[in-house]
Unconditional design. Sequence first.
Length: 327
Amino acid sequence: MSRAIQIAAFGGPEQLQLVDVQVGDPGPGEIRIRHHASGLNYIDVYQRTGLYQAPLPLLLGMEGAGVVEAIGEGVTHLAAGDRAAYASNPPGSYSELRVMPAKNVVKLPDAISFETGAAMMLKGLTVQYLLKKTLPVEGLEKGDFVLFHAAAGGVGLIACQWAKALGLQLIGTAGSAAKCELALANGAAHAIDYSREDFVARVKEITDGKGVKVVYDSVGKDTFEGSLDCLRPFGLLASFGNASGPVEPFSPGILGPRGSLYITRATLFTHIATREANQAMADDLFAVVTSGAVDIKIGQRYPLEQVADAHRGLEARSTTGSTVLLI
C-alpha cells in the first residue's frame, strides 16, 4: 500500500484527498519507484481544476525523485537500487510509491539531492526545450534580448540562470519588487514589476524600441496581447502555460500588421516523447546544474499531507522558486 494524493472531483484545493492505494509489480516497460520528494507544478493545478481534463478519480503529480525498487521486462537503462528522477505522464508522483512507465525516468546523479531532483525535472526540462529548441526564425545569438514572464517562479529562476550562461539578456517580469530583485540576483539582465509598470513600454525602452526576438509566456490570457506587442518583426511568442487562464481565440490576421509574427503552443511532453530524447535533454540539464551555472532554488517545502496549502500558495502567486512535497 502507498499513501497518495487523489481527486474524485474537479475543483479547488479542498478536493485533494490523502488516500491509500494498492501498488503492484511493474509490467513490461515499467518500474516501481519509492519517492523521497515530489515537485509541484502549475499543470497539477490545471488537472485539479479540470482545465486539463482527465478521467476521475485521478492521482496527481508530474515529477518526482526517489529510488527504483523493481523493474519490469524490457527495462535496461535502470536497475533496482538506482537513484532516479523524472517528469512524466501519467500523473501520480504525489505518492510514497508508484508503478509507472520507465521511458521518462533517468538515473539521478549522486551530486544532485532527491529534493533538488524533484524540484528540477519538469521545470528544468521545460527551460531546456524553450531556450534550446523553441527559437525564433532568426535564431538566438549572444547578446540577444528575450522576455520571460513569471521570472521568479520555479521555471523562471532556472531560465534566468541558464539564459545568462548562454549569453542572452533575459528581461524578466514578476509581480513585486522583491520578486524582481530575486530574478536579477539569479541572472536576469532586467526585471519589470508588472504590478507597477507597463511591461510593454519598459521592454521597448530597454531594447531601444526594437522589441525582443522571443517571448516565453506561461501566464496566458493576461499577458497575451502585451507579449505580442513586445516582439520585433519575425519574432516568436512561445506560449507554454495558462496561469491567468487560457488565451482566448484570436484571428491569425493580427500577426501580420505586428511584423509577420510567429506563435507556438509548446509542451514538454512532445519533446520527451522518446527515451532517447528525454535522456539527451536530462543530460543537458544535469550538466548545467552540476557545473554550478544553474542552482535550483527551492522556496517552499511541505509534507505530503499539506499539499492543499502548497496548491493555495502557488495559485496565490505567493511562492518563489520551486515547491516540493516531502514524502
